[in-house]
Design a protein around this ligand. Sequence first.
Ligand code: FE2
Length: 300
Amino acid sequence: MNLKLYKYINLNSKKFSVKFFKQRLPFIYILFNYFYRKFIVNINIEDKEILQFHKSGFVKIDMSFKNEIEEYKNKFFINDQYIKDGIKKVPLELNEIDKINLILKIKEKLLPFVKKLENYFNCEISIPDVTIWRNYNHNDALNLDKEHFSNHFHQDSYLMTYSKIFVNLMDINEEDGPLEVVPRENRNSFIKSFNYKDRHNYNVLGDKSLIKKNVGKIGDCCLFSSPQIFHRAGVPKNFRDNMQIILVAIPKRYSEKISNIDNAKLFDDNYDLFQKFTKPYSIIKVVKLFFVHLKYKLNG
Ligand SMILES: [Fe+2]
């Protein structure tokens, strides 16, 4: 009996968080985000996109990378081995020079928006990681025992200082398996309607009107707070090509290594550089990190 009770109040359990806080995140991350939203972010701004992001955790950005993507889309290539192995999520490769030039152009265009985000997060924003990939069709869309590419509803286990920008590398319609998000304000209704218990345990036939699909044109982009909102990758009829840009809010004196990442290295796995600040592994570290942000806010 005691053992069971202990399991029940395990604050690290995501099932516990879903049951009591309607979020699939470690409890301490939920707490961090709550206080971060209350005391750190700046919402005294008249910027529709940022306010929408704050409210819903998702916003389509009024910016198009159509020209940039059109210029490079025929240069993407796929390692045949992945296809032979039947992998459903495969990296889209570009040669080194093309990678660097493409990301340079995208970063330059994004800069004014990143500045606005720095104001919102009250913190410097760095881009530590970029991924380009293709999702293929599979027949397990309704099978919750098998997941091929984050196609079950989940939240990313990070603090809200970790966000993502998605750029469409093709026109994406309903049948192309767009990213699906549950806006923050729909979270409770979503848990209820989908009888959501865990990533592999919910009713796939819940109320679809609670879900927003990121359909759009080539070059369109959206910002979303993957730790704050439930989301999943839709299953395409054929395939979907996407670019993901990670953004992290880390005070400057800790983030120099990240802001100095060479553009060519952005496509490597740089998780080790930003894990400490966006996915800390102990309660003490999370609390300390919160006070780092708070101090930053108070000292201007
Ligand atoms: Fe995710």
